[in-house]
Design a protein around this ligand. Structure first.
Ligand SMILES: *Cc1c(COP(=O)(O)O)cnc(C)c1O
Length: 473
């Protein structure tokens, strides 16, 4: 063996670096758990950051594992930090990070059974647990894929194959889907990828709580049909990304049943609440969907990316990348139920299930209830603080852990209020005191938080509100 390779693959190198790394990460976790003085993010301009890594890359001294990884940790955004309240990415359970190390060293690609018999068969157990939480009967099927965006596309491709022969014949009609105007952009993108263009996405207006106006579906549907469109699917947002609003799934399901249209539930974020005894009522009717997606990496303790696509009828999962009428092909595909690549967009795929398996095996589905319920409780607690604080207002009463609000100084114009809120967010991020994001609703700039870290306590939420009101202006 080449000397360099000998060193790279030497078990003792790994043992030594690994021990150092685990100590480093355990210290990191300890710090995050104890009200860290470390900023949530040491924000640096992109050009500086780029130059920094360019310089590091060309460094020829060998760094210790501590230095090598310490540098990465120091310059990263700290999702586990109690004052991280930004985008929807979970604070991974530490056991899942250990599982990642195992999956990465083994590197079993799960697309073909033989190349990943552990990861691919574990997916079936995970899909079963999720399907049961959703309320699907025994006929369900599904798999894990790389993220909500790909999962939405995969489910909508299945919806299209269910209603058309498009896989063989191409788009023969003007197909369309219906979705709330608050839906995640990945739904819009899926329709465009399928070649339906902008007019293939029929946006349904939302009510004052940013939920789809279900009564408006019929009118938009009739208008679409008269203009020659074939509506393939309706997508319910559970919940919407910007405001965490849950569409009325039962209302949408009634409409879909009336017209025999596929119902897809985008539960990337809120689908996780199927595991929360306290909050699962927000998903009422979800068992009526034809397909559902849930990101395990948003509220369910798993590192990015890991998303479940679940179909009410397993057979539908075979249609995604196959012509509907081709029974021969389908039979072959179904006989090879264990080769998941027949049903997923990916060919080679990470063993996504192992991380989720490790978590569930060690801590049970109670851990999913515990985290989702705690995060939503914190969202409610933040809303309560805001309601009781003059000078700051909610965009809406939040239903889960996504909370939108803004500071409203007396006498300021809407324009001034928008500019002020945007400026406050920038300042707060720059200081590293908190990490929050922003969104625009009805032309108003709102500060937006998603409570993510298990370490976030009500005191941190109060500190956030105090920090916002204490803006130097
Ligand atoms: C986050 C999100 C997505 C996209 O999921 P990714 O895993 O980021 O690709 C889709 N839909 C909704 C409602 C989301 O919140």
């Amino acid at each position: 063996m080449n000397n360099l390779l000998k060193k790279i693959y030497h078990p003792e190198t790994f043992r030594e670096q690994g021990h150092q790394l685990i100590d480093l990460l355990a210290d990191y976790l300890e710090e995050m758990s104890q009200d860290p003085s470390t900023p949530v993010l040491e924000s640096r301009p992109p050009a500086d950051m780029r130059a920094f890594w360019e310089k590091e890359m060309n460094h020829n001294t060998i760094l210790s594992s501590d230095q090598l990884f310490g540098n990465i940790i120091k310059n990263s955004i700290h999702i586990l930090h109690p004052k991280y309240m930004g985008h929807q990415v979970c604070a991974p359970a530490p056991i899942t990070a250990l599982a990642s190390m195992v999956t990465d060293l083994l590197n079993n690609g799960t697309g073909i059974y033989e190349m990943g018999q552990v990861g691919s068969m574990m997916e079936f157990s995970i899909i079963k647990i999720l399907a049961k939480a959703i309320g699907f009967e025994s006929d369900f099927g599904g798999f894990l894929t790389s993220g909500g965006t790909l999962a939405n596309l995969t489910a909508l491709l299945a919806a299209r194959s269910h209603a058309t022969d498009v896989w063989e014949k191409g788009n023969e009609e003007n197909y369309a889907l219906m979705v709330s105007e608050q839906a995640h952009y990945s739904v819009d993108r899926a329709a465009r990828i399928m070649g339906w263009g902008a007019s293939g996405i029929i946006k349904i207006p939302t009510d004052s709580h940013f939920r789809m106006e279900v009564e408006a579906l019929e009118m938009h549907y009739q208008a679409a049909v008269s203009s020659g469109k074939k509506v393939i699917a309706v997508v319910a947002s559970s919940c919407s990304t910007a405001t965490g609003s849950f569409d009325d799934i039962n209302g949408i399901a009634d409409f879909c049943e009336r017209h025999n249209i596929w119902l897809h539930v985008d539960g990337a974020h809120g689908g996780s609440l199927a595991f929360s005894e306290k909050y699962k009522h927000l998903l009422s009717g979800i068992q009526r969907a034809d397909s559902v997606i849930v990101d395990f990496h948003k509220m369910l303790l798993t590192p990015v990316l890991s998303t479940a696509v679940v179909f009410k009828k397993e057979q539908d999962s075979y249609h995604t990348f196959r012509q509907k009428a081709s029974y021969l092909f389908n039979n072959t595909a179904e006989e090879e139920w264990f080769n998941l690549a027949l049903r997923t967009f990916e060919c080679t795929k990470n063993s996504l299930a192992i991380k989720i398996y490790a978590q569930l095996h060690q801590y049970g589905i109670e851990s999913f209830d515990a985290i989702t319920t705690q995060l939503c409780d914190r969202g409610k607690a933040l809303a309560k603080i805001i309601e009781h604080t003059p000078g700051i207002e909610l965009a809406l009463i939040p239903e889960c852990n996504i909370v939108c609000f803004r500071i409203v100084p007396i006498g300021a114009s809407e324009e001034e209020i928008n500019a002020l809120n945007a400026k406050i967010r920038k300042k707060i991020i720059h200081s590293g005191d908190f990490y929050i994001v922003q969104t625009v609703l009805n032309k108003k700039v709102y500060l937006r938080t998603t409570i993510i870290s298990p370490y976030t306590e009500v005191s941190h939420l109060q500190a956030l509100v105090d920090r916002i009101l204490d803006h130097p202006n």
